[in-house]
Design a protein around this ligand. Structure first.
Ligand code: TTP
Ligand code: MG
Length: 396
């Protein structure tokens, strides 16, 4: 009989799940020494309707966590430092971290801004993890947690168990001793509703789920029963998806007061088009489709799409398309929310047949200057005139 370790060697791969600790808050504490050792909360303002994006581990001790209303976070931790966050800077830092991962392996699946799976040859995972952990600290002053195992599921659970600032492994042969005693919440992908359903039929640990009669699970979970039970047994055959890319990029603003001024709304759309254009260009992407989302005063919400003749990464083209959609679908003011999304993403810089036309060229040069300034100083430092005429209304 082959042992699990031999099977792993035959498959030839070990998986690392690398997840930065309290990512946005850690970047703030790194760049502002006065925030270190203090509760830092990144997200919406505590006086508005915003929510917490993340918070430092010091703030977590007060019970603050992601997605909690900022006003509630303020009640729990009145002394916290609240920051609006700076996505452009976090994205840049994230790219620097991923560039370090690339020194260790070309097989990387980016899951989110601060999380990626890496594949390494069997037997090399733990040593690579220790080295990555050290390098990210030495070069970027950021702490991260790495889970190591033979598959994505166990690597993810290993990282959850190891958090923060550590490397931890959870091998398939340890599943019975280490995974089965844990409560169902520790199984990734199992939502609160499913946990409740299982609890009601007496299944409260991952071990119970692994041992449950399959028919019973099928009755409650249908087609998902098989994956569910295999997960509880630590089995996961999902491959890495190295080329998985964002399917869409979006920007959305909810106004703290309904907005009736059409010019101001156009200014918000321009800001959103510029931000999407920047994100496309910095990712080397272009978009085929532009979608506008509007929420009217009565909460009715619509989204309307337009597919472009050719994919674009240009601010003005995104803005003009948004305005065409807005003109048709604007309905009656005021508006509660406006959002812009680009999808149908393809990689590669724009090659335009208009490149030689002076106006187009000027616009491209302007975009390049703006992008460079944004890269250098973070946030949108240069705005087009339209945004200065009417400053965007206050938002959460
Ligand atoms: P996470 O990795 O889930 O959280 P984290 O890195 O802040 O903390 P942990 O140490 O537990 O890993 O998410 C990464 C970043 O994504 C986080 O810093 C902020 C952002 N984020 C949100 O904006 N909203 C959310 O609800 C969550 C969960 C994350
Ligand atoms: Mg994280």
């Amino acid at each position: 009989m082959t042992t699990v370790r031999e099977r792993r060697a035959k498959d030839g791969l070990e998986i690392l799940l690398c997840d930065l600790d309290a990512f946005y808050a850690s970047v703030e504490q790194r760049d502002h020494p006065e925030y270190r050792g203090k509760p830092v909360i990144v997200g919406g303002s505590p006086t508005g309707r915003g929510v917490v994006s993340t918070c430092s581990y010091e703030a977590r001790q007060f019970g603050v966590h992601s997605a909690m209303p900022s006003a509630k976070a303020k009640q729990l931790c009145p002394g916290a430092i609240f920051l609006p966050g700076d996505m452009a800077r976090y994205r840049r830092v994230s790219e620097q971290v991923f560039a370090i991962y690339e020194r260790f392996t070309p097989d990387i699946e980016i899951v989110s801004i601060d999380e990626a799976y890496l594949a390494l040859p069997a037997g090399k995972g733990l040593a690579a993890a220790a080295e990555i952990h050290r390098t990210v600290w030495e070069e970027l002053n950021l702490s991260l947690t790495i889970g190591v195992s033979a598959n994505k599921l166990l690597a993810k659970i290993a990282s959850e168990l190891a958090k923060p600032d550590r490397v931890g492994a959870l091998w398939p042969e340890e599943v019975e001793a280490l995974l089965w005693p844990l409560s169902l919440e520790m199984l990734p992908g199992l939502g609160p509703a499913s946990v409740q359903k299982l609890n009601r039929i007496g299944i409260t640990t991952i071990g119970h789920l692994a041992a449950a009669p399959f028919d019973l699970l099928q009755k409650y979970f249908g087609k998902s029963a098989l994956t569910l039970q295999r997960s509880a047994r630590g089995i996961d055959e999902r491959p890495l998806e190295p080329f998985r890319e964002a399917k869409s990029i979006s920007e959305e603003k909810t106004f703290s007061m309904d907005l009736a001024d059409e010019e101001a709304l156009r200014a918000v759309l321009m800001a959103q088009a510029e931000s999407l254009g920047y994100r496309l260009r910095s990712g080397g992407l272009r978009a085929r489709t532009v979608s506008l989302k509007l929420r009217y005063a009565d909460f009715r919400t619509i989204t309307r799409d337009r597919t472009l003749p050719a994919p674009t990464d240009r601010d003005l083209e995104l803005y003009q398309t948004a305005i065409e959609l807005f003109t048709i679908h604007k309905g009656r003011p005021p508006w509660r929310l406006v959002g812009l999304r680009v999808s149908g993403l393809v990689s590669g810089q724009q090659i335009s047949i208009f490149d030689s036309l002076p106006a187009e060229k000027k616009e491209m040069e302007l975009e390049q200057v703006c992008d460079r300034l944004q890269d250098k100083y973070g946030g949108a430092v240069v705005y087009r005139a339209r945004r200065l005429l009417k400053p965007p209304p206050e938002i959460d």
